[in-house]
Design a protein around this ligand. Structure first.
Ligand SMILES: Nc1ncnc2c1ncn2[C@@H]1O[C@H](COP(=O)(O)OP(=O)(O)OP(=O)(O)O)[C@@H](O)[C@H]1O
Ligand code: SF4
Ligand SMILES: [Mg+2]
Length: 364
């Protein structure tokens, strides 16, 4: 319930699922087989307030972009609910969907292919205003100049240039200006700096942080790199195979990750001397296919602490004394109470593995 002390989230997802229907080969279809289903997003709940940047991290293929695209309604969720400013927009269509899309924008990873090379910078930023039927030519021009001003690409020198005249960092700023020109309240930034040179990544992240603060934007910042989320996010959610497995304050999660998957992501951060990471702390293997989700805990096929309990019962997200929420039987005894005959994974083994990696170095 929202009261005066609890701000109402700009965007809120409840038990959101986005599944994709796979194709069935002709022989399987004749044999009556149902097409496989990819459970890309499989029961995610999260909320983001104005002026808040929530980081969403996880390996390739764990469902981050599908969640982002579902939240801005580029994908139609299979079930669950999305609320924007308290209004249920999960199934809106037509004019209401167009109005929502004006408020909820997405910035993509690739600043090279996301801008039409045949249009000038001014035309690129103006395009969404034309699509949404906003203003006359002079009003649109004023909005374009203001958006360029906000991202600090001076219009006087750049408005008639082409994307090929700009650097990667400048192009990503133009992509941000293109989303800002519609004055959105919610932005999904899907790996916005991963294709940029390391030297300019920080400036683009700082710009996002500043925009969120000054324009009151709610931002979902997607990254496969848990190291970068600490720069700009106060809250972090870690995703694995379609589900959130750990979430909480960024400082807590980065300092003391509780879920074995998050611990492994932290231990995989490249170090100055790669020899410092003991081999056993590295994240091995790939995320299983969302068409073939393992029973029980989804991480059990890669978790060194997995027991039969993990392979039987999927843990729930459970709040910890420090406020972090974790989906793991080590941190929640509900699964063990359900199946007392099965061995519960031990916290001691996790500590031992974590101690061998980055966490031990942090405390040295
Ligand atoms: N349109 C689609 N149809 C079928 N499957 C899809 C579709 N889009 C994504 N998937 C599958 O859903 C899963 C999640 O994909 P998604 O792109 O959301 O992952 P991601 O976390 O963003 O990965 P990355 O870090 O590589 O961008 C993948 O297994 C992917 O193959
Ligand atoms: S529930 Fe078991 S398999 Fe899953 S993360 Fe925890 S210890 Fe590992
Ligand atoms: Mg992605």
């Amino acid at each position: 319930m929202t009261d005066q002390t609890t701000p109402r989230p700009v965007i809120e997802a409840r038990d959101l699922k986005t599944h994709f229907q796979g194709r069935t080969g002709i022989f399987n279809a004749l044999a009556g087989a149902k097409p496989a289903v990819a459970r890309a997003v499989d029961g995610v709940s999260l909320s983001i307030n104005a002026r808040e940047i929530v980081g969403l991290v996880g390996e390739s293929g764990c469902g981050k972009s599908t969640l982002g695209m579902s939240l801005v309604r580029m994908y139609q969720p299979t079930s669950g609910q999305i609320s924007f400013d308290g209004d249920d927009i999960t199934h809106v269509e037509g004019r209401r969907l167009k109005a929502y899309r004006r408020q909820a924008q997405i910035i993509f990873q690739d600043p090279y292919s996301s801008l039409n090379p045949r249009l000038t910078i001014g035309q690129i930023i103006e395009e969404p205003l034309i699509i949404h039927g906003i203003g006359n030519a002079a009003e649109r021009r004023a909005k374009v100049i203001r958006a360029m001003d906000i991202v600090r690409i001076p219009a006087s020198e750049n408005i008639d240039r082409f994307p090929s005249d700009l650097s990667g960092g400048q192009r990503q700023r133009i992509a941000i200006a293109r989303t800002l020109v519609l004055e959105p309240r919610f932005i999904v930034a899907d790996e916005p700096v991963s294709m940029l040179d390391v030297s300019i990544q920080a400036s683009v992240l700082e710009l996002l942080e500043e925009l969120s603060r000054e324009l009151g934007l709610a931002v979902l910042y997607i990254s496969h790199d848990i190291a970068t989320v600490g720069y700009i996010c106060k809250h972090v959610a870690v995703m694995y195979l379609g589900r959130i497995v750990e979430e909480g304050r960024a400082e807590d999660i980065l300092a003391e990750p509780l879920h074995p998957y998050t611990q492994r992501l932290m231990a995989s951060i490249p170090r100055m001397d790669p020899g410092e990471i003991p081999e056993r702390t590295e994240l091995r293997g790939d995320v299983p296919s969302p068409m073939n989700v393992p029973p029980g805990c989804r991480f059990s096929t890669r978790c060194p602490c997995a027991t039969d309990l993990c392979r039987e019962i999927e843990p729930e997200l459970c709040e910890q004394p420090g406020g972090q929420r974790v989906r793991c039987h080590i941190h929640d005894d509900r699964g063990a109470r359900q199946r007392p005959d099965l061995e519960r994974p031990e916290a001691g083994r996790i500590t031992e593995i974590a101690d061998a990696g980055l966490l031990a170095e942090a405390t040295e």
